[in-house]
Design a protein around this ligand. Structure first.
Ligand SMILES: [Zn+2]
Length: 308
C-alpha cells in the first residue's frame, strides 16, 4: 500500500494527535479512506487520482465511461468508489495510450467493462511492450480505431481522436462533447517535465504539431484532464495549460536544435540547467530535464544523419 505525502501526513497527524492508535480498528479504516481521490468536475463527471495517470470517469443512469485504468490495485480502489455512485457496469473503458500506468488496471476492470477501446497503435504498443511478460498479465482493447471513434451513450456523446505521434505513437484524446471535458492523456504533463518515449513511437519534433491540432480542434472553453501534473491540483486545467505544454516542447526542440548547430556534444547539451524560458519547471523524478534533453538530442541527431 502506498500513500501520497499528503495522505501520509494526514494519517500521521491523526495518530500523533492521539485520536487513533495504531492497531486499533480505526487506524485501518482511516488508511482505507485515504486511498485515492475522487474529484467532481461536473455533476456526473470527474477524475480519480491515486498512482499513475489520472483516471477520468462519467457516471449517469444510462452510461458509465472510464478513461484510463492506472494499476490493478488502484483500479480496484477506483471501481469500489465508482460503485458507490452506480450499480451499472462500465460501458466504455478507454485507454489514452499504452503506458503501464494507464493500461495495467485493464486486467482488473475487464470483468466489469463491456468494451475496452483504444487507438490501434496503442493496442499494438501495449502488446509489444508488455505482452510477453507473465509477471504483468494484460487485458487488451477489445475494439480499436485508426483516426476517430464517436459514440452516443446515454445523454452524452463521447469521441476519441488520434492527432499523430507525440508522447507515444498511439495517443488519443477522449472528449465528452456535451460536458465539454477532454482527457488528453500524457499529451500534457502540466507544468512538469514530460516522459519522452522514442521506443514507443513518440516524437518530440511532432509533439508541438499534435498539440497545435488539439488546440485548434476543441472549443476554447474546454476543461482538460491531464495524465500528470506538477501536483494533484494541476491534473486538470484549461487551454492555457495545453498551450504552455506546446510552448515547452517547442522551446526544448529549438534549444537542442540550436545547440547541435553550435557544435555542442550530447553531454554538453544534457547538462543544461534549464530550457530557456522554462527555468521554473518541476522535475517529478530526478533527471527528468536531462532525459528530455538527451531524448531530444537523439531524435534530432538521427533525423539529421538520415538526411545527410
Ligand atoms: Zn505515458
Amino acid at each position: 500500500m502506498k500513500f501520497t505525502r499528503k495522505e501520509f501526513l494526514k494519517a500521521s497527524s491523526l495518530i500523533a494527535g492521539g485520536m487513533i492508535l495504531p492497531g486499533s480498528n480505526n487506524f485501518g479504516k482511516i488508511f482505507q479512506q485515504s486511498i485515492g481521490n475522487f474529484k467532481n468536475l461536473r455533476n456526473n463527471l470527474g477524475i480519480y487520482t491515486e498512482r499513475g495517470g489520472t483516471i477520468g470517469w462519467y457516471v449517469s443512469d444510462d452510461a458509465v465511461v472510464v478513461v484510463d485504468s492506472q494499476y490493478p490495485d488502484t483500479a480496484k480502489n477506483m471501481l469500489t468508489g465508482l460503485q458507490k455512485k452506480t450499480s451499472r457496469k462500465i460501458d466504455l473503458l478507454f485507454n489514452t495510450h499504452h503506458h503501464v500506468d494507464h493500461t495495467s488496471g485493464n486486467i482488473y476492470l475487464k470483468d466489469f467493462s463491456e468494451r475496452i477501446i483504444a487507438q490501434e497503435n496503442c493496442k499494438a504498443l501495449q502488446e509489444k511492450s508488455y505482452g510477453n511478460d507473465p509477471a504483468k498479465p494484460q487485458a487488451y482493447p477489445t475494439a480499436t480505431f485508426k483516426k476517430e471513434w464517436t459514440q452516443e451513450i446515454g445523454k452524452e456523446t463521447v469521441s476519441a481522436k488520434f492527432f499523430g505521434a507525440a508522447h507515444t505513437g498511439g495517443d488519443s484524446v477522449v472528449h465528452f462533447q456535451k460536458a465539454n471535458v477532454a482527457h488528453v492523456g500524457d499529451l500534457v504533463f502540466n507544468r512538469t517535465y514530460p516522459f519522452i518515449d522514442s521506443n514507443g513511437g513518440g516524437s518530440v519534433a511532432n509533439w508541438p504539431v499534435v498539440l497545435e491540432r488539439v488546440i485548434d480542434y476543441y472549443p476554447k472553453d474546454t476543461t482538460f484532464i491531464f495524465g500528470h501534473g506538477a501536483s494533484d491540483d494541476l491534473v486538470t486545467g484549461s487551454l492555457t495549460d495545453v498551450i504552455a505544454m506546446k510552448d515547452y516542447i517547442s522551446a526544448l526542440v529549438e534549444f537542442v536544435s540550436n545547440e547541435i548547430k553550435n557544435g555542442k556534444t550530447k553531454e554538453q547539451i544534457a547538462s543544461a540547467n534549464e530550457i530557456p524560458g522554462f527555468g521554473g519547471l518541476k522535475e517529478r523524478w530526478a533527471g527528468a530535464r536531462k532525459m528530455n534533453l538527451e531524448k531530444t538530442f537523439d531524435e534530432l541527431n538521427s533525423k539529421q544523419s538520415k538526411s545527410n
